[in-house]
Design a protein around this ligand. Sequence first.
Ligand code: HEC
Length: 108
Amino acid sequence: MAIAGVVLVLGLVAGFLVWSKPMDPYVKGVLELTGDVDRGGDIFLMNCSTCHGFDATGRVGPSLQGVGDRKSQQQLIHQVVSGKTPPMPQFQPDTQDMADLLSYLQTL
Ligand code: HEC
C-alpha cells in the first residue's frame, strides 16, 4: 500500500511538471499567428517535397496525409524545428513561415 502511495505521488508530480512546463516562446509565437495555407504550400514545395513528395504522399520521408489528425500543432512544430529525427534536417523558419507551413500541414 505504501508503495502504491509513493507511485501515485510521483505520478502526480510528474504530471504536474509536464503540464506546468511553460510553452516555448517560439511555439507560442507561431500559434498566435494566422497561417496562410497557400504560402505554406509554397514553403512545403521548396523545403519538404523532395522527401515527402509534391503531394505529401511520401518518398524518402513518410506520407504526411492526415498528419494534422495524428499530431498536435506543437508536435508538428517540434518535428520541423527540432532536427531530432534524421535524415529529416532541422529547419529554422521564422514564426510566420512556420505558421503558414503548419496551416498547410493541417490541410493534408
Ligand atoms: C531529407 C529528407 C526530409 C526533408 C527535406 C523533410 N523531411 Fe520530414 N521527415 C523525413 C523523414 C525520414 C521522416 C521520418 C522521421 C522519423 O520519424 O524517424 C520525416 C517525418 C516528418 C513528419 C512526421 C510524420 C509523422 O507521421 O509522424 C512531419 C510532420 C514532417 N516530416 C514534416 C516535414 C516538413 C514540414 C518538412 C519541410 C519543412 C520536412 N518534413 C522536410 C524526411 C524529410
